[in-house]
Design a protein around this ligand. Structure first.
Ligand code: PMT
Length: 223
């Protein structure tokens, strides 16, 4: 069994991919299965943490000993994370959150009209990670905030720019595309630190990557 080195910590993990309703039967979504986020929740609980998992549309069993808060859309995910934020020592945003949602979700199924299809107008969703960074310390808590980034090219350069933009402590940059990361059992990543560090985590089970991320988080916790 893993050492209970996260005992006494309250952690919040987000997982899965949000769905943005177009009409009652359709949505805009992404390929996140939730596996990486669930692995993060499971490993944190195994290491003694008190874990809340905000889970967007993952068809996975609830991890043992983890409180699961199910959500569908980015707006719901933002509200659930906001409700859990206060008192958390660590927040890990591994969910794939839609940047945009349809401006209106119509109440009736969109029908073919024979003419040109109606365009879907989009509006921006809240940036949950940036919001967490902005409100950090409001409750006097010294939170460690971890983001994930799914990049297809120039993984480290794009990751560095995103880390600077989002202002989190650690950014786990996984390369996606070509069948990688989304929905797979394995993952690999470079973990960039706000302190300029870069740690490569070689390809392996998502559980192993999760454990390495918790090691890096643990090293950044106030003692
Ligand atoms: O679920 P799996 O199938 O196991 O796949 C795992 C994964 C590839 C989805 C996961 O490892 C991953 O990379 N998650 C983040 C994907 C993503 O949305 O990256 P991004 O570059 O769009 O967002 C960057 C960060 O900002 C993320 O921490 C994201 O949670 C956060 N974000 C993004 C948009 C938004 N509106 N609010 C946010 O908080």
């Amino acid at each position: 069994a893993a050492a209970p080195d996260l005992a006494g910590l309250r952690v919040v993990v987000s997982a899965g991919g949000t769905r943005e309703a177009v009409d009652p039967v359709r949505f805009l979504g992404n390929h996140s299965s939730g596996k990486q986020g669930y692995a993060l929740a499971r490993t944190a609980a195994a290491r003694g943490a008190d874990v809340t998992l905000v889970a967007a549309n993952a068809a996975l069993p609830d991890p043992a000993g983890v409180r699961v808060v199910p959500v569908t859309s980015a707006v719901e995910l933002a509200a659930a994370v906001e409700a859990e934020r206060a008192g958390a020592d660590v927040i890990v945003m591994s969910a794939a959150v839609a940047d945009f949602r349809p401006a209106t979700s119509v109440a009736s199924k969109i029908k073919k009209s024979g003419g040109a299809p109606a365009p879907i107008e989009l509006v921006e969703n809240p940036d949950v990670l940036a919001g967490l960074v902005a409100s950090r310390g409001r409750d006097g808590a010294d939170q460690v905030i971890v983001g994930f980034a799914a990049e297809t090219d120039d993984v480290v350069a794009n990751g560095r720019a995103k880390l600077a933009r989002k202002g989190c402590d650690l950014l786990v940059v996984n390369q996606v595309g070509g069948g990688r990361a989304f929905g797979t059992e394995d993952n690999q990543a470079v973990v960039l630190g706000a302190d300029g560090s870069a740690v490569e985590i070689p390809r392996g089970p998502k559980e192993d990557l999760a454990d390495r991320v918790w090691d890096l988080v643990r090293d950044r916790l106030p003692r």
